[in-house]
Structures are given as structure tokens and as C-alpha cells.
Design a protein around this ligand. Sequence first.
Ligand code: 13P
Length: 248
Amino acid sequence: MTRRKYVVGNWKMNGLKSALGEARSIFAAADAHPGVDVALCPPFTLIGAMAATAPGKAVGGQDCHSAASGAFTGSVAAPMLADAGASLVIVGHSERREGFGERDADIRAKAQAALAAGLSVILCVGEPQGVRESGGAIAYVLAQVEGSVPDSFDPQRFAIAYEPIWAIGTGLVPTVADVAAMHGAIRGALRERFGDAAESIRILYGGSVNGDNAAELLGAGDVDGALVGGASLTAAKFVPIIAAAAGL
Ligand code: 13P
């Protein structure tokens, strides 16, 4: 089973209209690497404009509500993302789990809402530093997978991102062996639950990925791409990661 490499930029709460040129440059450079799927997830406010300025490119949200509409002040529903031009959404990022109290059941409901709205999903999991140090990282992450991954979906439209919390924005990265072990464990759990369909689900690594470490991390077993924060904000930093994925 060959899974296409998938490199996704999560702009987090960064980006004004003046950043749209950067997105255009990223997508234009990505055209040189047709073997890699590339997506950008800007803040809600830029989704419509980014989708309009880069027709046919994959633009996504960073979160969605689990309801399709209703009295939820400040929230954005999955059908609204699709209506604005998004084709995917990230759910369960650790900054949502930790900063906004999202639990596995919430994330599962968000993923189901996104799939129902026709979006692809990237569902994030990852352990805090203390759990890694105590040797419990794999059990912790597999419990997140068990609790937050929906029971049925098109595997082509569903990816998991393993993002160890202590590696996000810190410059720290796990060893390649630890990444391969985690991704292998996630793949094994998916296989037990979904059988052969598990082979089509892409598992991305995220946490301090940059142009220098991307080839090594993306070359590890069962790593199908990267979810990139800081280094996705400019073409100068993001395009080398895309190129590294293309070279694998
Ligand atoms: P950094 O690449 O900035 O470490 O962020 C990773 C991340 O959280 C992507 O979702």
C-alpha cells in the first residue's frame, strides 16, 4: 500500500490578508512536487480569501463545532468551512485540548460533523512531556485514538497527526525511532479496529518540523507526512519541507 505524502501547514492564530501572497507562493512551489499533497490551514478569517486566491488548492480550518448550526456564539460549523471554500479541517489539536478543555468525545463529534459536511479530517493526538518521561506515551496516545477516532469514515478523507505536546514550537523532536514506534503503534490500533482500511489512513508527524529535519522524520516507518506550525508561515521555510517529502 503506498500512501501519498501529505504536508499540511497549520498557521494557528497567525496571518492577515497581507499573508495571502505567501500562501500563493507556497501553492505555486508545491506544483513542482505533484507527488505530494499540500494543504494550508489559516485562521477562519482567511479561509475564503485563501481559497479564492488559490483555486483548486487544499485550504482548511483549524477547528469546527460539532453542531451544523445554532446558538454557539463565536463558533464556526463544518458546513460553514465548506461553504467558505475549505476542503479539510484539523480537529483535536493539543492547543484545543489543553487550552479549551476539549475531550476525546468532543473531538470525535467534531470529526463526525466535519466528515458529514464533506470535509477531510486531520485528527491530532499526542502526549505531554511528563507522560513521555514516565514511559507511558504509547498507551496515552492509543487511548486518545480509541476515544476520538469515529467508527466509520472514508479512509481517504481521514488522517491522524501525532504531535507530542513537548515538541510543539520548542525545537525539540523525538528520536526517529520513537516516532516510528508511535506511528507503528497507531497503525496497529487502526488495523485492529478497521482492518485493511487502516492501510489507507495517513499518519502525520507534527512538532518542530523544519527543512533540516523533515527528510529524516518523514522517512521513518509509517510516517506519511507532516503537520507543520511555525515553519509553514513562509514559503522560504515551508517549501523545503514539501521538497523533502517529494524526495522520499
Ligand atoms: P510547530 O511546527 O510550530 O512546532 O507546531 C506544530 C503544530 O502544532 C502543528 O499543528
